[in-house]
Write a protein that binds this ligand. Structure first.
Ligand SMILES: Nc1ncnc2c1ncn2[C@@H]1O[C@H](COP(=O)(O)OP(=O)(O)OP(=O)(O)O)[C@@H](O)[C@H]1O
Length: 314
């Protein structure tokens, strides 16, 4: 069943305007503005420490904004917490359950707090939690805790779910099961806001992606738009390590960048056309370089993310 538009939030499930979150001297969120459309899957991406969790926790009502405004389903996440609780599902980055409680008991407890919960047994089955129902939360593996956290976030049939790195530490099977569940939530009209470091996940699942860096949104759009608004194409090739990339970039058109992503693995980003390929291979010939596996590819969201946020570790 599709959820009807929520009063006062037609078109917007979450509205964040000029949000600032400070912890003492640390400014975690620094004037962040974004809107999450009702019924969309929206991903918030950013390097470590960019302010994603602080932003999401403010929307969940766990943190107070230092300044700026946050509206969730048209309501204030702190002042209206009681009204939002049955309507919003939350999956935290860590924890969320009492350490001694058994997995299924915890899930049944959360389900009992909601008027029309999902079928607990079916959800347990879906997320592969059948074998650990009697296990205490603290004894579950990291991936099982993650899956239980996801189940707790969705069991109450929320209108909106916040998922902080929902697939971190999951095996490929559980990751796919999570993707399928998110697809179903979208199909039933649920708004999903997730943070992730997996670019393929964001690209596959999201209607809209916001890239956050240093506490601000630096790019927004559909994954396809974000990739399109970067350089058109990428050429990848393998050759001997340590090629003189300054010399190569001098030979190529001015807007072209080349980097060695791993020893002997190169990526050329720019306007890739037959002329650029001809220049590249002529340069190889002039240098006596026998390049292998020269591939013209579309830029990925990960390439775009790295272009926008740089390559320095945070
Ligand atoms: N409780 C806290 N006290 C002090 N500083 C904090 C606190 N929580 C977060 N920070 C700092 O705020 C900044 C933003 O952290 P936040 O967890 O929001 O980033 P993030 O984008 O979610 O990072 P990650 O991808 O690593 O989870 C970081 O510099 C972090 O060290």
């Amino acid at each position: 069943m599709k959820h009807p538009p929520v009063d006062g939030t037609v078109g917007a499930a979450v509205e964040i305007h000029d949000l600032v979150v400070r912890y003492g001297d640390v400014t975690a969120v620094d004037g962040l503005t974004l809107t999450v459309g009702t019924g969309t899957v929206t991903s918030v991406l950013g390097p470590n420490g960019a302010g994603k969790t602080s932003t999401v926790e403010t929307c969940e009502g766990f943190r107070r904004a230092t300044s700026g405004s946050v509206r969730v389903l048209g309501l204030d996440p702190v002042r209206d917490a009681a009204a939002l609780r049955p309507r919003v599902g939350v999956m935290l980055q860590a924890g969320g359950a009492w350490s001694g409680v058994r997995a299924h008991e915890m899930l049944r407890h959360v389900a009992s707090l909601h008027a029309h919960p999902l079928d607990v047994d079916a959800l347990v089955e879906r997320l592969g939690l059948g074998s650990c129902g009697r296990t205490a939360y603290r004894r579950l593996s990291g991936g099982q805790q993650q899956r239980l956290g996801l189940a707790m976030a969705v069991v109450g049939r929320p209108e909106l779910v916040f998922l902080d790195e929902p697939t971190a530490g999951l095996d490929p099977q559980a990751r796919r099961a999570t993707w399928d569940l998110l697809d179903e939530l979208r199909a039933s009209g649920v708004t999903v806001v997730l943070t992730t470091h997996f670019m393929d996940e964001a690209e596959t699942l999201s209607d809209v992606v916001h890239i956050v860096d240093a506490g601000r949104v630096i790019a927004s759009g559909s994954p396809a738009d974000l990739v399109r608004s970067g350089a058109e194409n990428t050429v990848r090739f393998a050759a001997r390590p340590g090629l003189d990339l300054d010399a190569l970039m001098t030979a190529l058109p001015a807007d072209t960048k080349v980097r060695e992503t791993a020893a002997g693995q190169y990526v050329v980003v720019g306007t890739v056309d037959p002329g650029l390929l001809a220049t590249l291979t002529a340069w190889f010939a002039g240098q006596g370089v026998l390049a292998e596996s020269v591939l013209v590819e579309k830029q990925t969201l990960e390439d775009r993310f790295l272009d926008l946020t740089g390559r320095a570790l945070r």
